[in-house]
Design a protein. Sequence first.
Length: 150
Amino acid sequence: MKFGNVRHTMVLLSIVDNKFKALFNSQLESYDLSFKTYNMLMKIVFREKISQSELTELTKTDKAAVTRGLNHLTKKGLVLRVKDEYDKRKTEISATEAGKKLFHELHDLHHDIFAVVLSGIDESGLDQFEATLNIIESNINDHQSRMSHE
C-alpha cells in the first residue's frame, strides 16, 4: 500500500469536510446558527425528547460545547429544557414548534447543498465511498479499543 497516497487522501477528506462545513455555515449565518448547533437541533428533533448526556454522545461533542449550543438554541426559542419531576438532576430537551419548523427549513437547505456538492457522483460511487469510510471508522474504533485495553 502506498501510504503517501493514503496521507493525501486523508488530508483531502479533511479539506473537503472543512469546506462543506464552511459552505453550510455560510448559509446558516442568517439564522444565527452554526453547523454544530444545527446538528444538535437535528438530533433533538429526530429524538423528540433527549437528555443532555445522550445529545453529547450522539453529536460526539464535549459537554461544555453541548451546553453552549443548548444555551444558544434555548435563547433563540428553538428548544426547551425541562427538569425531570422525579430526578431534578436530569433535564429533558425537546424542540419547540419554532425549532421544528426551522429545522425542516434548514434540512431542505442542507439537502440542496448536498445535491450541489455531490453532483456528478452516481449512487454506486456514493455507496462505495460510504462503505470505505465505514471501514476506516471501524478500523480506528478497533485500534482505539485495543489501545485503551493495554
